[in-house]
Design a protein around this ligand. Sequence first.
Ligand code: GLV
Ligand code: MN
Ligand code: MN
Length: 453
Amino acid sequence: MTARGRLPAGAFESLLLSLVSRRSERTGVESKVADAVDIGGLLGIRAKARCDLLGAPPYSEAEGQLTRRFLTSAHEAALETLSSWMADAGMSVRRDAAANLIGRYEGERPGAKALIIGSHIDSVRNGGRYDGPLGIMLGVDVVEALRATGRRLPFAIEVVAFGDEEGSRFPASMSCSRAIAGTLDAMALEMKDAEGVSVAQALTAFGGDPAGIASAARKPEDVLAFLEAHIEQGPVLEAEGLALGVVTAIAAQKRLMVRIIGTAGHAGTTPMNLRKDPGPAAAECMLALERICRAGTDGLVGTVGRMTALPGAFNVIPGAVEFSMDIRAETSATRDEAVITVSAEIHAIAAKRGLKAEIQLMQALAESPCDPSLMGLLEEALTDLSLSPRRLPSGAGHDAMVMADLCPVAMLFIRCEGGISHNPAEAVTEADCALAAQAMLHFIDKLERRERA
Ligand code: GLV
Ligand code: MN
Ligand code: MN
């Protein structure tokens, strides 16, 4: 392995050169960052380029798309290359028992409390390149900018790549940040993927240590705060012409699996009135979910993202249909009320058709407010850059909501094109990434001032 990980020799350097030559084309808001302390004009811009590089095999499980699920060879490849980038930025690099990759830039005093900057390296299936990795790569750029001026702080900075925010391989998510926050329960390690492999088995094969997972938990007294930069994944900032926003809180969510059970049969010989077909019942249930959430308040949303008819053949009436439900709202109370109403409707729909329904809760995350004092520092950072300090909530889930159990958290949102995310069309501009890195540096300045006071 070279210092540049798995990239062909010279590939990264030529990418940087092409970026440098494009700097002269940048105009307007970007020029604000040109004179600031940065890394040869590439602060934040290199972070975006690195996300782009990680958007294809070996960093994706499939050609022509980005799918990087937890504990796969694509995850491994991404961690190897990211390790070399962290080391190049002057960090000591390690992996913990839960397969988190952690780079540490020591403070003035060895062993000082850490400001953790991070996000997730995994993706949804056929996802975008920036959801998650951008927050990590921005952290690496920010550390490199500090190192470039030889600056040490009264706290350490740790950049963390969490492995499992999306839950795209196993039914639950955020096991890596839960391990760091010390809130991962043993059951999460027993969850199985579609091939029947458990988290514990996959983690062992990856070089992690399920039996020693408790060692990944950080002590609250060792952590100063957590900062996550992330694309907004919604349209608000773009609609208002704003590059960045300060997150106020992250919505509550529940993941449920529903199974409607009927009787498998021959598609040609069983008259319609004599069937016990869970297919149309599942369709009715999905319409009920849509109706209930449309009528809801407090940002209530419901999604069926996965459905399977079993055994799954043209000529077989399914014996069972399974589908996932993701239900979110600004408050746990609104979310739970919707879960209760939807569950009652599902049971009623199944009963009316002579079928059985089973509903299993896979994951529950309470709403998670960001820390008011850190939000204030982020707002001041945006104001320093002559940016309007827009506050907005997050409907998407983030590792920050889990880290909030460990320490105060702050989140910086970055505008993304059309608000599109969980889609290969996800896009951000270099200018916005450069501004985000600058905002993070200003936030660190303010945190330093606060810690020294
Ligand atoms: C992750 O992106 C989620 O909101 O589920
Ligand atoms: Mn996501
Ligand atoms: Mn994300």
